[in-house]
Design a protein around this ligand. Structure first.
Ligand code: FEO
Length: 195
């Protein structure tokens, strides 16, 4: 890497031409991240912030229904989503780029019944997994293998979170909700025991 005026010249070996190539970027002087990668990371921060707000809203609804165990489950889930957001925030800022503090709007507040809430949570997790798959693909195409490696943590986390969200629905469906809402609530609570 050579410094010249205000530009940084990044040298790399072009496999097609079999020659050394140069690219210039003022942004790359300040951060190891490409603009498009910063952009998708910031967008995902907004998704995580929205997830946190959604789960907190679900938690409040559950408590209001007397479903304290499930309310606690989603309160913890809301905390975890904020942690996911902050992990991206730290990655962006430590890489020298600018993280955007996301605005959270349009948070659902009207829920009808526990099962539809659990299905909504599973759909949310599936959507987030898809995001991370696409982000990882983007980083690999952009040859940003460091960020692709960073995103692997989220793929592992999503695998667990999807499993947990599916288990909530299984518990609901395997117990007769008319007779066992108390037990369902306790079982869902226990999925996050020790966290
Ligand atoms: Fe942070 Fe469950 O997505």
């Amino acid at each position: 890497m050579f410094l010249q005026n205000t530009f940084v010249y990044n040298l790399f070996f072009d496999l097609n031409t079999q020659k050394m190539s140069t690219t210039t970027s003022i942004l790359r002087q300040k951060t190891s991240l490409q603009e498009s990668v910063v952009d998708i990371l910031n967008k995902q921060m907004a998704v995580e912030a929205h997830s946190s707000a959604l789960y907190l809203s679900i938690s409040a609804w559950c408590y209001a229904q007397g479903l304290r165990g499930t309310g606690e489950f989603f309160r913890k889930q809301a905390d975890e989503e904020r942690e996911h957001m902050m992990k991206i925030f730290h990655y962006i800022t430590h890489a020298g780029a600018l993280a955007a503090s996301p605005e959270v709007t349009n948070v659902e507040r009207n829920f009808t019944d526990l099962r539809s809430v659990l299905v909504m949570a599973l759909d949310q997790e599936i959507m987030i997994t898809e995001n991370f798959n696409k982000m990882t693909e983007h980083c690999q195409k952009a040859r940003d293998y460091q960020t692709a490696k960073f995103l692997q943590w989220y793929l592992d986390e999503q695998f667990e979170e999807e499993q947990q969200a599916r288990r909530c629905i299984e518990i609901f469906d395997q117990m007769n909700p008319k007779d066992a809402l108390y037990d369902i609530d306790r079982e869902i609570h226990d999925l996050k025991k020790g966290e």
